[in-house]
Ligand binder design. Structure first.
Ligand code: GDP
Ligand code: MG
Length: 291
């Protein structure tokens, strides 16, 4: 039997590569909710990322890494409680560069093979990064007018606002993901990456509050999903930013990637911090009631 899949979706620069690298170290350590019974085929891709993190650097954009930009990347996972021989799930990253998703939203088209991949998937991780310079804010009227004056209409389109892109990606997922059982809805874990970049007040308010403030349209859609079961996570792969020399020194002298980083998630009205970086993926495949 082919394993059920979950897909990882996110535009370029949304934090996919660094998360997968950190996830791999968590899977390998066998201390979290998930294990990896097999080694991924393109192991260099994750090993490269891990090597960067250990040196106190985030992995560079994947387009610069040869051979991985347009291919699928697959990490097989099982629940730790089920052990090595438990039900296998494939975490599939179609097009590690993320260009596919950008293009799909801009042109309203997804290549058939990826459409088929989505249709076989029972859940998805949807990535959005805090403070990415690729994030595009909605245009206000003054800026829109300026842009329209600079660009001849029809010649060059202004980039789509990030929350419009996110809504579109969510719509793709809503129409393609399949339920794992009769009485279950496909799950989507929205992963807000680089969570450490926010100030304390925003961190304490939690990832959904962050989305509500930054991307109100998208946050509204998330809370109004009949067909999907959605949960929002904040993730910091190493617990800080390597551009901060104080943090970087502390990280390097501790020399312990395995204990660095965390996830935050709201659970019964309380914000929890979890050192298990596998938890967004684990939530996607945990046994669902009635499933
Ligand atoms: N501070 C911080 N920055 C992060 C984190 N994860 C990713 N980043 C930043 O986001 C950039 C893009 O991440 P990357 O994983 O390459 O995104 P991808 O293009 O979606 O694969 C990285 O170069 C980092 O600068 C994090 O947990 N904390
Ligand atoms: Mg990448």
């Amino acid at each position: 039997m082919t394993p059920s899949s979950i897909v990882l979706v996110g535009v370029p620069d949304s934090g996919k590569t660094n998360y997968i690298g950190r996830l791999w170290t968590a899977l390998r350590a066998r201390k979290g909710r998930l294990l990896a019974p097999d080694v991924p085929t393109d192991i260099e891709y994750v090993e490269d990322t891990v090597a960067h993190l250990m040196q106190g650097e985030f992995a560079p954009r994947s387009e610069k890494m040869i051979g991985v930009s347009r291919r699928d990347f697959v990490v097989p996972v099982v629940r730790s409680e089920d052990g090595q021989d438990g039900t296998l799930f494939d975490l599939v990253v179609p097009d590690v560069s993320g260009e596919l998703w950008k293009l799909a939203v801009e042109t309203f088209e997804i290549p058939q093979e990826w459409m088929d991949q989505l249709k076989q998937s029972v859940g998805a991780l949807l990535f959005v990064r805090v403070l990415s310079e690729h994030n595009v804010q909605p245009l206000d009227w003054i800026n829109a007018e300026k842009l329209l004056k600079i660009h001849e209409p029809g010649k060059e389109d202004a980039a789509l606002p990030t929350q419009v892109v996110l809504c579109e990606l969510l719509r793709f997922l809503e129409h393609t993901l399949r339920p794992a059982g009769e009485r279950t809805r496909p799950r989507v874990a929205v992963v807000v990456t680089a969570w450490d970049q926010l100030d304390r007040q925003r961190r304490n308010a939690g990832p959904l509050a962050y989305l509500q403030r930054e991307y109100p349209l998208f946050a509204g859609r998330l809370q109004d999903m009949a067909k999907l079961d959605v949960r929002v996570f904040g993730v910091s792969v190493v617990g800080g930013d390597f551009d901060d020399p104080v943090f970087k020194d502390k990280f390097l002298s501790a020399g312990d990637l395995q204990s660095a980083g965390y996830c935050v998630v709201h659970d019964e009205k309380k914000l929890h911090t979890d050192s298990d970086l596998t938890s967004p993926v684990a939530w996607l495949i945990e046994r669902q009631q009635g499933g």
